[in-house]
Design a protein around this ligand. Structure first.
Ligand code: SF4
Ligand code: SF4
Length: 173
């Protein structure tokens, strides 16, 4: 049974204030279409956007701030084409990440070491062969293939409090 005694009714406004492209999550009717085909929905724990939307709408702030699954999204955008209600699940995940970081300035996102090392939340070098097999460049066209931009990106991250406070996590990079 869900305990709603600590629920925060306006949580959805707070979280979705971080996701202007996410659409109106109040229209979500939990159909799970966005989960079919989502590679991160097979993860452990699985990324289930519909469950995250429920947490937001029910005002379960504490559960949401501790939920690490939005960080396992691989940005494939599959879910963006699927929602029958015009919600943008990928953008919902991004909104939650932003909200988590703002909510707790000491929050250490689980994928931050990967972000620091390669500017992506997932290990892009692990899927080079797969990318090649489907005819796309081995590396995505992002900051990861631009050494100067990558250096600046890392300098920018090093200047943040969360990286300075947890520098042991970034040793060797
Ligand atoms: S963009 Fe993220 S949430 Fe959407 S299908 Fe891909 S991995 Fe899943
Ligand atoms: S596809 Fe849309 S309506 Fe269905 S669960 Fe996902 S976000 Fe909600």
């Amino acid at each position: 049974m869900i305990d709603l005694t600590e629920a925060k009714p306006d949580l959805w406004k707070e979280v979705m204030g971080e996701g202007e492209k996410a659409g109106d999550i109040r229209k979500c009717y939990n159909c799970a279409t966005c989960i079919s085909g989502c590679p991160a929905a097979e993860g452990k724990p699985p990324l289930l956007i519909r469950s995250l939307v429920r947490k937001i709408l029910l005002g379960l702030e504490e559960q949401l701030v501790e939920d690490e699954t939005p960080w396992s999204c691989v940005s494939c955008n599959k879910c963006e084409e699927m929602c029958p209600m015009g919600v943008h699940p990928f953008e919902v995940g991004l909104a939650i990440r932003r909200w988590q970081c703002r909510k707790d300035q000491t929050y250490l996102p689980p994928s931050l070491p990967e972000v620091f090392a390669q500017a992506h939340t997932q290990s892009v070098h692990k899927v080079k062969d797969l990318r090649k097999s489907v005819g796309v460049p081995e590396q995505p066209p992002s900051v990861v293939i631009m050494p100067d931009a990558m250096k600046k990106f890392q300098e920018m991250l090093r200047a943040t409090k969360v990286v300075q406070d947890n520098d042991f996590v970034f040793k060797g990079h």
